[in-house]
Design a protein around this ligand. Structure first.
Ligand SMILES: C[S@@+](CC[C@H](N)C(=O)[O-])C[C@H]1O[C@@H](n2cnc3c(N)ncnc32)[C@H](O)[C@@H]1O
Length: 280
């Protein structure tokens, strides 16, 4: 049976709401735009159009995935982060809006060289390099599949000449260099908190979310070696969980970092710990 765009949206809205999808109306608009190959803002102008059978089939398929709580980024194949669109697959963490604050804070001081530990899709590092076209970056990840997505994103954003990516267990394969800036959003979710996360998270790589320990083990590991890779006065910025500010600050203090500050995101939730190398 043929349906108008409006009727199809209405019908699927009930299905997605019943499946517990948080922002069903917004998601459906994006899924309809994806189906019709138009921009989301154009949907309001097309509400009375009738879907042809192939459009109906595509819309049914993408809505069924969303009702099964597949993340929007996996259905659409991308996520908009900071100022750019990044390729996202189930092999990498879906970039989160709260991570954008780390990028903004990184821009508060100049840097010519930047290292991103646990680069995933490359969203943090490539956002930084896209706005600093004379800077160079290194991104590492333990996952070869993540590195290949980060390389694809670098090529898509015309940044490949500014960046090198390596498969590496934190610093193990990082060339001995002193970076002006090190950024990292390591897996920090305590294993006990994994069950409280949304169903969408089940579609993401578990090793990108949790350290299978106490949520802090990667901070300890990185803090132990970071001085060897930081230029004098160089900065280290960590994304943290909302309740990890004091613990991560204590780890950095124990490793002689200075100017340790916990900074909030736009929801006023502690989100980043910034500090500086103690070597002047
Ligand atoms: C929370 S995700 C962050 C991804 C991306 N930077 C972002 O903010 O969207 C953490 C990343 O760290 C990587 N990772 C986990 N353990 C690692 C290790 N020992 N060495 C290097 N990377 C690691 C994971 O593969 C994952 O891509």
């Amino acid at each position: 049976m043929t349906k108008s765009v409006q009727d199809a949206l209405k019908q699927e809205n009930q299905v997605l709401v019943a499946a517990g999808v948080q922002c069903a109306t917004r998601d459906l608009r994006l899924l309809m735009a994806f189906t019709l190959g138009v921009q989301p803002y154009q949907i309001s102008l097309l509400l009375n159009n009738v879907l042809d059978p192939s459009q109906q089939a595509i819309f049914d398929q993408v809505c069924a995935k969303r009702a099964a709580r597949v993340p929007m980024s996996h259905i659409l194949g991308y996520r908009d982060f900071y100022e750019h669109r990044f390729i996202v697959t189930p092999d990498v963490l879906d970039p989160r809006p709260e991570t954008e604050i780390l990028v903004s804070l990184a821009f508060e001081e100049d840097f010519m060289t930047v290292l991103d530990l646990g680069t995933g899709s490359g969203c943090i590092l490539l956002s930084l390099l896209a706005n600093r076209r004379l800077s160079r970056g290194v991104g590492v990840d333990q996952s070869p599949k993540a590195i290949s997505i980060a390389q694809r994103n670098a090529a898509k954003l015309h940044l490949s000449k500014q960046v090198d990516f390596f498969v590496s267990d934190w610093f193990s394969s990082v060339p001995i260099t002193k970076f002006d800036l090190i950024v990292s959003n390591p897996p920090y979710i305590h294993p006990n908190a994994m069950a409280d996360l949304s169903l969408e998270v089940l579609h993401e790589p578990e090793f990108a979310l949790t350290d299978y320990s106490d949520g802090l083990s990667h901070y300890r590991q990185i803090a132990k070696s970071a001085h060897n890779f930081l230029a004098p006065n160089g900065r280290l910025l960590f994304e943290i969980g909302f309740d990890q500010g004091p613990a991560v600050s204590a780890i950095l203090f124990d490793h002689q970092f200075r100017d340790i500050t916990v900074l909030p995101d736009l929801d006023n939730c502690p989100r980043v710990v910034a500090c500086r190398s103690s070597h002047q």
